[in-house]
Design a protein around this ligand. Structure first.
Ligand code: URA
Length: 255
């Protein structure tokens, strides 16, 4: 595995190019675009509130880096196969692809599977997953089965350590294809790694929270990870504020 020198400080787009050169995986289109970030202030709350409901943007053809067409999520899962593309392959039990409604209006992106997820092959089924279910069902009043949930990386890191850049980059094409196929109206980035990935920014989650990002025409709401909330229950009120933004975006109102 190629080691990135410690003194290399690159943003995610540059990292994508860097790793693409090193690993020859091809540069995902979305990794190259400049980030666009709308704040509640910059969008003009009153003016947008009365604007017509946004249409879902048309889906673009979804291709693998080799040019093969991916028609549905099953095809993306088949493309992943028994993945050996990064160093997490050796320690995982199961590839945790993601699950939920393939036509969901709302999609959550977490970080990486933990022990329970690795065991069961399903995203967010442990303690953090229970809390996420509460956020979705009690907070947003949406049945969990109606949303789509995936992680930035599909294999459990050893001892639940933070994902490393090469691991995120290895999994990036899969998450990109999942998002392109589900094409939700709103994406929620759970925690630092997924929020940074969706915003193509290295800013801390504390700075990303409160903004609405744009991922390929899809609204992005970053919020704290449920595992963080288990350790810091005081932050639940912030997540509730973020979920109110999600509700308004789903209803077609720009907060
Ligand atoms: N944390 C995550 O980010 N994802 C999971 O699937 C479980 C815990």
């Amino acid at each position: 595995m190629t080691k990135v020198p410690d003194d290399v400080r690159l943003d995610l787009g540059e990292r994508a190019r860097y790793f693409a050169e090193l690993t020859d995986v091809g540069v995902p289109r979305s990794a190259l675009g400049a980030p666009t970030v709308a704040t509640a202030e910059s969008t003009g709350r009153a003016r947008i509130a009365s604007a017509p409901k946004p249409q879902r943007p048309p889906a673009a053809p979804v291709l693998t880096t080799e040019g093969a067409e991916l028609r549905d999520l099953e095809a993306v899962r088949a493309w992943i196969g028994d993945c050996q593309r990064c160093k997490l392959a050796g320690g995982r039990k199961t590839i945790v692809f993601g699950q939920g409604n393939p036509q969901a209006a709302l999609m959550f992106v977490g970080e990486a599977p933990g022990a329970d997820e690795d065991e069961q092959g399903l995203a967010f089924v442990g303690r953090a997953g229970q809390l996420l279910t509460d956020i979705i069902e009690k907070g947003l009043k949406i049945p969990r089965k109606d949303v789509y949930i995936a992680n930035a990386i599909k294999c459990r890191p050893p001892q639940n350590r933070n994902p490393e850049p090469d691991e995120i980059l290895s999994c990036q094409p899969f998450l990109e294809k999942q998002i392109a196929l589900v094409r939700p109206k709103v994406l929620v980035g759970l925690g630092k790694f997924s929020a940074q990935w969706l915003f193509k920014s290295m800013e801390p989650i504390s700075r990303l929270r409160g903004r609405i990002g744009d991922y390929d025409g899809i609204k992005v709401v970053p919020t704290f990870h449920p595992a963080y909330l288990l350790r810091n229950p005081g932050a639940k009120k912030d997540v509730w504020e973020d979920m109110k933004v999600v509700r308004r975006l789903l209803a077609g109102d720009e907060p």
